[in-house]
Unconditional design. Structure first.
Length: 393
């Protein structure tokens, strides 16, 4: 009997999410990881592109991060006073991402997004929020899957269409003086349209709402400063997480100093937001990001991967597959849900963990030879699924 409700506490690691309803590898549980490899409870090794759902960009067990974490653990992990590490990391972030004038640390992206919305509501005195993307599981942003969310809370949030400038302008203007914030992911399966970004900025300024960039997936991946750096976006608030601590639990909300000062007019706090280990992991991660020019490596290796996926999509057109995403975070998109699960299961049987939906992530630990090996495994898996489909038809 499974003692963890729903098999695992992280929804995207469920067997149904990874391998589909009929996944043959439904009971996979891991025991360790290193570089871009993970090992399951039976000792089998897998080349991994899920990379902790994008939280690991340097590779698992990166030596400099591990060393910093061990030192922080020896110092006691947590205590009654704000740690020196907190201010040091905040200074690092504000230097590397200058549009962050002040920051506040939390543990998860969902928490930090909720904090950003709270700050926007305090600053504007308004309640309504428009959002574009996945911003976590908390009540404020639930719509279709919002069972358990009070109707009055759900009514305060509506979804904006990605890259639809005209409809976005219309919705922001319709919300008018009730609108506290527009929150958005800079990348949703494809790059943002410059016109759409311009509408977000112009219309929030016009209506007095705050513009909040959700960079949880994209920070330290598209660039150190994420999509805001790559695409020249200057929002009022930015939320960062995942790769900033290479897998250790840390997130932050930051932005304009006058907006961040609103923390004194509400309550945003967490007992473990300032534990030493994750703060130390993030400082070491950021240093490695700069020294090794990690975003450039991710672009180079990811470009090879995406080009290979495009070739596979052409070669296996009978499966209704296409390559999607950006080099740094790409995947194969399937018309048929069952086929996507069959391919993911076939890949796992061949020693490859490759997500069947958005996104797969390269890391500093991946190189061109690994990408070529990956494409070969994918080709073999796609061929096997295609043959099985032909035999059953």
């Amino acid at each position: 009997m499974d003692r963890v409700a729903g098999f695992t506490s992280t929804g995207s690691k469920r067997s149904a999410a990874l391998f589909g309803a009929e996944g043959e590898s439904a009971s996979l549980r891991m025991t360790r990881s290193s570089g871009c490899s993970v090992w399951d409870s039976e000792g089998r090794e897998y080349l991994d592109y899920i990379m902790a759902l994008g939280a690991v960009a340097l590779g698992y067990g990166h030596p400099e991060v591990t060393r910093a974490v061990a030192e922080a653990a020896q110092l006691g992990v947590v205590g009654p006073l704000p740690p020196v590490l907190e201010e040091g990391l905040a200074a690092d972030l504000c230097r590397l991402i200058p549009w962050l004038e002040r920051v506040r640390f939390l543990k998860t992206g969902a928490e930090a997004m909720a904090a950003a919305v709270r700050l926007a509501r305090v600053v504007t005195g308004r309640d309504a929020v428009l959002g574009c993307g996945y911003h976590g599981w908390l009540d404020w942003c639930q719509t279709r899957e919002g069972r358990g969310t009070p109707n009055a809370v759900r009514a305060l949030y509506r979804e904006l269409p990605f890259n639809d400038a005209d409809r976005t302008r219309e919705m922001i203007r319709a919300a008018g003086e009730s609108l506290a914030a527009v929150v958005f992911e800079p990348v949703i399966l494809e790059p943002p349209d410059p016109q759409w970004l311009a509408v977000l900025r112009e219309e929030t300024l016009r209506t007095g709402a705050l513009l909040v960039a959700d960079e949880v997936k994209t920070v330290c991946r598209l660039a150190i400063g994420g999509g805001c750096e790559r695409y020249g976006i200057r929002p009022d608030l930015v939320v960062i997480g995942k790769a900033i601590a290479n897998g250790f639990p840390l997130s932050a909300v930051g932005g304009r100093a006058d907006v961040m000062d609103a923390v004194s007019r509400t309550w945003i706090s967490s007992t473990l937001a300032t534990e030493f280990v994750s703060l130390a992991a993030s400082r070491a991660t950021l240093a490695a990001m700069v020294q090794a020019q990690v975003p450039a490596h991710l672009t180079r290796v990811g470009t090879r991967l995406l080009a290979g996926l495009q070739g596979l999509a052409t070669a296996h057109a009978e499966l209704g597959v296409r390559a999607a995403g950006l080099p740094e975070m790409c995947f194969l998109e399937y018309r048929d849900e069952a086929v996507s699960g069959q391919v993911a299961t076939a890949c796992a049987a061949r020693g490859l963990l490759f997500k069947r939906s958005a996104y797969n992530f390269v890391s500093l630990a991946h190189d061109e030879a690994m990408v070529d090996r990956t494409l070969g495994i994918l080709d073999d898996a796609l061929s096997a699924v295609s043959r099985a489909a032909a035999l059953s038809s």
